[in-house]
Design a protein around this ligand. Sequence first.
Ligand code: ADP
Ligand code: MG
Length: 263
Amino acid sequence: MKDIILKVDELFYNAGDSNSIEIIKNISFDVERGKVIGIAGESGSGKSTLAKLLCGILIPTSGKITTNISRDWSKSKPSPIQILFQNDGNLINPFRKVNDVLRESFKLKTNINKDFSNEIKNIFKIFDLKEELLNQKGSQLSGGEQQRIAIARIMIVEPEILILDEPFSSQDVEAQLTILNLLKKLKQEFNFTVICISHDLNILNHFADDIMVMYSGKIVESGNALEIFSNPKNDYTKFLMSAQSLKLSKEEIKSFRKRYEQD
Ligand code: ADP
Ligand code: MG
């Protein structure tokens, strides 16, 4: 039998005036423990809203999210489900030193108040970060450094489920590769389940075991990543793949949207 860590049943989320805008429309899926699940879909399809529902920042309008967490989290404050938000340059408090940010995470995790300098050094090694960064403030870090510190802060808490919202966006290809390799390494070193959101299906192909494709608040196709890549069944998935490999002209993209939205 499959070991399911997260189960989502008939999830709906409405927002706006008198909840009149349907953003998540009847989503159900299971996540197997230890897997990397990719969620793809264009901007506005509801990916970030789904992520916020999964980690409890938003409350569903209806439907159920069930988790099967293996360790006892009652003694440490942070949640077993952690989210890395989209990198908008504000992932780390601009006024706080990196060392203090990481120390805070260790304090939260352990309920012990000490300097954690050895533990922080170890984390820096794993993340391939230069020790000089420890004394810098959030505002002095580059986008990529902020992101790595933000992931380090989360890993210290040892989450059972890590949700990554567009970890590869607003970065050049080299930085994307660095973060992809770091995430793969962390996945091997720590035992956790990942839900990785990206509008870019191609990069998800390098990381995810299974993929769900979202369109307009619904899942239009889901399954094994390799199978979806070699043999996409849904028209929207096919469209997304061709559009992203630049095989379609602007006119073709426009006309596809029109047709798909009519169906
Ligand atoms: P994605 O992350 O895929 O780009 P989002 O989940 O951010 O998509 O948003 C999905 C859609 O829901 C968008 O059209 C967005 O404008 C809309 N939306 C999200 N939150 C709200 C809200 N609180 N009120 C109204 N509309 C919202
Ligand atoms: Mg988003």
